[in-house]
Design a protein around this ligand. Sequence first.
Ligand SMILES: Nc1ncnc2c1ncn2[C@@H]1O[C@H](COP(=O)(O)OS(=O)(=O)O)[C@@H](OP(=O)(O)O)[C@H]1O
Ligand SMILES: Nc1ncnc2c1ncn2[C@@H]1O[C@H](COP(=O)(O)OP(=O)(O)O)[C@@H](O)[C@H]1O
Length: 201
Amino acid sequence: MAQHDDNVVWHDHPVTRASREQQHGHQGVVLWFTGLSGSGKSTVAGALEQALHRIGVSTYLLDGDNVRHGLCRDLGFSDDDRKENIRRVGEVAKLMVDAGLVVLTAFISPHRAERQMVRDLLEPGQFIEVFVDTPLAVCEARDPKGLYRKARAGELRNFTGIDSVYEAPDSPEIQLDGEQLVTKLAAQLLDVLRDRDIIRS
Ligand SMILES: Nc1ncnc2c1ncn2[C@@H]1O[C@H](COP(=O)(O)OS(=O)(=O)O)[C@@H](OP(=O)(O)O)[C@H]1O
Ligand SMILES: Nc1ncnc2c1ncn2[C@@H]1O[C@H](COP(=O)(O)OP(=O)(O)O)[C@@H](O)[C@H]1O
C-alpha cells in the first residue's frame, strides 16, 4: 500500500477532543466486540447502544455486515482482506473517538495481531476489547444467515471457525458469556462503563 510522503503535514485544530468530550459529557472510547459469526456481537452491541442512547450518550455502532456494503465493499475474507478491513475500521473508530463518541464495533476480527494493531492506534484506556464468548456449536445451531450450513457443505470457503482461524483474546477487558440473556449482557457492559468513569453513574 502507498505510504504518505513527507510533504503531508499534520494540522492541529482549535477544537480538541477534550473540548468535544466536555460537550458530550463523557469520554470517547471504543468497545471492540470480537467473536465468531453468530456469537451475538451485533445483537449485544445494538442493545448496549440503545441503552446508552436513551441516557444521552453519543454513540456510533460500526457493524461488519454494514461496513462491508460500503467502506469495505472491495474486500473479501482472505487473511489479507480481513486485515485491511480491520485496519480501515480501526482508523474510522479512532476518528470517531477523536469526535468524542462511544464507538461500538462488531467485527469477527479473528486475528490477535489485528486487534492489537487497533489497540495500538488508540491511547491507553480508549480500547476496550469485548470478547463475546459463545461456543462454536451454539453459533452453528443459531446460524441465522445459513452461512455455517453453506460452509459445512463446502459452498462457502474460508469461513471463520470452520476452515478459517479464530484466535480468542488472551486478556480482553471484558469477556461475555454469549449464552446469557442479551439484556443481562448489555447491563453488564453498562456497569463496566460506569465503573471506569466513561459514563456518569
Ligand atoms: N468466510 C466468511 N467468514 C466469516 N464471515 C463471513 C464469511 N463470509 C461472509 N461472512 C459474513 O461476514 C460477516 C463478517 O464480517 P467481518 O467484517 O466482521 O469479518 S472480519 O472481521 O473481517 O473477519 C459475518 O457476519 P457476522 O455473522 O455478523 O459475524 C458473516 O455474515
Ligand atoms: N445472548 C443471546 N442469546 C440468544 N440468542 C442470541 C444472543 N445473542 C444473539 N443471539 C441470536 O443469535 C443470532 C446471531 O446474533 P448476531 O448478533 O447476529 O451475531 P454476530 O453479530 O456475532 O454474527 C441472532 O439470531 C441473534 O438473535
